[in-house]
Design a protein around this ligand. Structure first.
Ligand SMILES: Cc1cc2nc3c(=O)[nH]c(=O)nc-3n(C[C@H](O)[C@H](O)[C@H](O)COP(=O)(O)OP(=O)(O)OC[C@H]3O[C@@H](n4cnc5c(N)ncnc54)[C@H](O)[C@@H]3O)c2cc1C
Length: 598
């Protein structure tokens, strides 16, 4: 298993030099969060993730979870890690101080999350689902529910889940059948079967707070008839003491391709006691608070696992000796050169580096927008809201697709030694695969981006991002060192706009056109965003080099990686553009029956 080392130099470069988090915090009401607070948080997060969490990743995969007497048993190492997380209060970092949180900006919590996903992604889902549930309860529950449940969730004494999926209702939640009957005391009795529920049971805490989607009697059909309920695993009395178990039973946990230590349960709710969160029939909107946050969390899962695979591949490529470099021996004293000298291995390592560091920059930029969207005011908040809405499906879809690609390249760098279990590279491929499926498959993210965010806003959300990109390009087009990289970002942004207009316009005549292009459009959008991110990083690196600031070797590598990205990764947009504009005809040519012909 690669030994995870938090990429603190890269993180600090983004936080201090490219994105200037201290100035951003000052502008959004967190002037107290300066470099003197940020740096110790980053270092402590790195220590926790490297020393406490990372050593449990392999054990989780090997031990897995199992059921004893109807309850899920987790690996022993997980208990210590959860205890350490609770003691260090990592879950409280960006929660509301009214309920015991530290009230720090959301983006700072996201950086912890970035590292934690690399250290142990299946374990981390317990943490992120709890954070998502806290946010949904904070935003939509009444005061009594907040006071009763939030303090123990914020402290990590209780965890949270998200119960949406049913066997016949996955992407289409409007089909769900779980029902909620009102009781005389103002609570509800909830009955139904949920499937695929992550961390729906565990032996790490003494209560689990489930957020469940269900339908009230007489609810309208489809998504508009869904309500959200808080259902505790163990009942809590008015003094906060635990009572009897609620009627929430784990029927089984699934055997899976990866994520072996993250229990995925089939749950029977048999008249379980629950309370309405938010308004009746408004559950999907309320759950979207959790789902949007969970979508960004899943984006960071893709990024975190990509970082881990990248680290493993680089270490191995430096050690593994095979053949000589094309231009002759680079290490003549050794029996062969390390594989890092071979152009094809460098292609893989640089692709990993360009994708991981580019996605990290875009992820951190999005997290900053979330700070303003959540706590800002007026025009600034409105703009940040637009950017988060647009960037959420792009980050979720693009980071997880690239996460799979980077993890796959990691195995390839190891050759046969990547395919066997010994080095842990195959575990990363298995674990990252789910990120393209849950929290809405990437096909659904693409539809969300195209239909709701781009066409639905009449391009306004994209205009908000392009204004940001163009203002950077206008200011840096003539940059002495990185001007050509800025021009590449500017060109792809202009093409992105033109393509969008073509798809919107074409969609007015034939609605199938934009939908047939949706997945390629999401991919294209990701590459265009990364071009802007790499141009920004290159300009900062070049300016720092010119000013004699920072670590010259690190900064030069940034510049060179930016050049690699523009020359060898960004051209993927060309083929995406051609596919997008090919139109829907080739997709609809075959009849359904023709797929079945042998
Ligand atoms: C390990 C794991 C953990 C999970 N954790 C949770 C959890 O904690 N809570 C929870 O509620 N759920 C959870 N899920 C469920 C997950 O969110 C769903 O599996 C996912 O949303 C897809 O639903 P589905 O599996 O029913 O696929 P389907 O919706 O049946 O989709 C099948 C295929 O059809 C495509 N498709 C469907 N509709 C359209 C359309 N309109 N246009 C284009 N393509 C379409 C999809 O993209 C997909 O490729 C988990 C699943 C797994 C495997």
């Amino acid at each position: 298993m690669p030994q995870y080392k938090a990429p603190l130099r890269d993180i600090r470069f983004l936080v201090h030099n490219v994105l200037d988090f201290p100035a951003h915090y000052s502008a959004c009401g967190h002037a107290e969060v300066g470099a003197d607070l940020i740096d110790p948080v980053l270092e402590e997060a790195a220590r926790f993730c490297e020393n406490v969490l990372a050593p449990t990743y392999r054990d989780g995969d090997e031990t897995g979870t199992h059921m004893v007497n109807g309850r899920v048993v987790t690996p022993d190492s997980y208990k210590g890690a959860w205890q350490a997380l609770t003691e260090a209060q990592w879950g409280a970092i960006s929660c509301d101080p009214t309920f015991g949180g530290q009230g720090l900006p959301h983006s700072l919590g996201m950086i912890f999350h970035d590292m934690a996903e690399s250290a142990n992604q299946p374990w981390c889902a317990l943490f992120t689902l709890t954070q998502g549930a806290i946010r949904a309860i904070e935003a939509h529950a009444d005061d009594a529910l907040k006071e009763k449940y939030l303090p123990k969730m914020v402290s990590g004494e209780w965890t949270g889940t998200m119960m949406l999926t049913e066997s016949h209702a996955g992407s289409d939640l409007g089909l769900l059948r779980t029902r909620a009957e009102p009781a005389e005391d103002g609570s509800y009795r909830i009955t139904g079967e949920k499937i695929f529920i992550t961390w729906s049971d565990q032996d790490l805490t003494d209560n689990i707070i489930h957020l469940v989607l269900a339908k009230l009697p007489g609810a309208p059909a489809g998504p508009k008839g869904i309500s959200l309920f808080l259902v505790p695993q163990v009942m809590v009395d008015d003094n906060g003491d635990l009572g009897a178990r609620n009627s929430v039973q784990v029927a089984k946990i699934e055997e899976k391709m990866g994520l072996k230590s993250s229990p995925t349960g089939v749950i029977n709710l048999d008249g379980a006691v629950g309370w309405l969160v938010g308004k009746p029939h408004n559950g999907l909107a309320a759950m979207f608070t959790m789902m949007n946050s969970a979508r960004l969390d899943v984006a960071f899962e893709g990024l975190g696992l990509a970082e881990l695979s990248r680290q493993g591949a680089v270490e191995y490529a430096r050690e593994r000796l095979q053949m000589r470099a094309p231009s002759g021996a680079v290490y003549p004293d050794k029996s062969a050169d390390p594989i890092i000298v071979h152009p094809d291995v460098r292609r893989m390592l640089l692709t990993q580096k360009a994708l991981v560091e580019g996605c990290r920059m875009l992820g951190y930029f999005t997290a900053m927008q979330l700070d303003v969207a959540l706590h800002g005011e007026g025009e600034a908040q409105q703009k940040a809201d637009q950017l988060v809405a647009l960037l959420t499906p792009i980050c979720k879809g693009f980071f997880t697709e690239r996460g799979s690609e980077v993890a796959d390249l990691g195995v390839q760098c190891f050759g046969g030694h990547g395919y066997i279990r010994e080095h842990g590279m195959e575990q990363i491929v298995r674990d990252v695969r789910i990120t393209r499926i849950y929290e809405g498959t990437n096909g659904i993210q693409a539809i969300d981006l195209m239909r709701r965010k781009v066409i639905g806003s009449d391009r306004r959300l994209l205009d908000a991002l392009l204004a940001e990109i163009n203002s950077f390009c206008n200011a840096n087009r003539k940059h002495a060192v990185a001007g050509d990289l800025v021009a590449a970002a500017e060109n792809v942004a202009a093409e992105w706009l033109a393509l969008t207009d073509k798809l919107i316009e074409g969609g007015r005549l034939d609605p199938a056109l934009p939908m047939s292009a949706a997945f390629e459009y999401l991919e294209y959008s990701g590459y265009a965003c990364l071009a802007w991110c790499w141009a920004r990083m290159a300009v900062t690196a070049a300016d720092m080099l010119a000013g004699g600031q920072g670590d010259a070797v690190f900064l030069q590598a940034k510049l060179d990686t930016a050049r690699f990205y523009m020359a060898r990764v960004l051209p993927r947009t060309e083929s995406l553009k051609i596919s997008m504009l090919a139109g829907p005809e080739t997709l609809s040519a075959l009849t359904d029956e023709q797929f079945f012909m042998a």
